[in-house]
Design a protein around this ligand. Sequence first.
Ligand code: HMG
Length: 388
Amino acid sequence: MNIGIDKISFFTPHLCLDMAELAEARNVDPNKYLIGIGQSKMAVIPPTQDVVSMAANAADKILTPEDKEQIDMVLFATESGIDNSKSGAVYLQRLLGLKHQVRVVELKQACYTATAAIHFAHGHIAMNPDSKVLVIGADNARYGLATKGEPTQGGGAVAMLISRDPQILAIQDDATYWADDVMDFWRPLGFDEALVDGKYSTNVYLEFFKHVFKEYQDNTGFDISKFDAMLFHLPYTKEGFKALKIAIEDADPTVAARLTHEFENVRRYSNQIGNLYTGSLYLGLLSLLENSTDLKAGMRLGLYSYGSGAQGEFYSGLLRPGFDQNIEHEAFQKVLDARKQLSVAEYEDVYNSRIKISDKTRKLDISTDPAKFVFAGVEDYQRQYVVK
Ligand code: HMG
């Protein structure tokens, strides 16, 4: 039975920042951000969006009444959780109008978890072929203002519907994974921003890729020529490019050129959004689907998932017949182009205005946020969501 990604959608808020302007404000050569990091724009998350509202905005676009009837599990992958006890998934049950006969869970292992969720969903559907699972990867990637991590911020939510006979990608049973307890990036309880050993984290990411990709090749006997596109977790697009270079080191020049060409389609949206943490790898999938003109049913995509702390995984998926039927060419580019570009001062104001853990009751002005689902503030520490 083929099981995999039946539908995929993405949401990022209506605000962004130009990376060249940020570089100027930080007295950095703009080419460091544009070329060295590989980012042209960065999503800015207003206080009126959190992981729950962003997830609802993403999922709402793809779910039909029939899907809602069949979804019996919601797996919410995030490392920007809004509660230590209540899962983001349970808010979605109400906001999206899902039935009550549903399992709702939040999962955490840094940026890796949407991949874990896909595999858990795969197992669930293998045992319950008529069910569908909603997988969310939603995050707000925050470092400090004027820190080295600042140009690698971003945020948004990817929603994926996992089912049998999927329309888009059949997940293959070929994953290799590698875990090790390392301190490359973490966020202690109560901290709003991540702590990171930046250079070390970039090396661990690449080392884990080497481990899992070698084991994958040893297990399957597949070499790099078996892949039609390679997708990577993209904390910033240059990091994925470095992993690609490792993968194609010994490749035939035609294969290397093809994979390098497709990687430009993979990273196109991330280049204008920044790090998404859990959703990043799958934004690359959407970007590839909407921007490549060479994809065909049956092609094999390689996916490298990485979450600091750390967990790496490599697996593959096969494009399904008719995978492009509901995919509109460059559709999301129009959404990105319509965003409001903030000045650096405005971005800093937005950065500093989010709800804090200590806010017991605070109402947010939701009038300027055009999204359907918004976070309206807290009342007696209870989060308030509004459907416009
Ligand atoms: P940095 O020290 O500011 O940057 O930190 P740098 O000095 O290393 O420069 C970056 C690149 O720009 C270098 O290229 C420079 O040569 C180049 P590289 O050596 O890497 O090829 N450069 C220029 N290029 C063109 N023109 C110029 C110029 N100047 C310099 N004028 C760092 C960069 C990424 C470390 C920092 O932003 C950071 O700490 N970011 C956060 C951590 C991160 O993203 N790590 C990635 C791997 S870990 C991961 O993916 C997990 C994560 O997503 C979290 C999770 O799992 O939950 C982060």
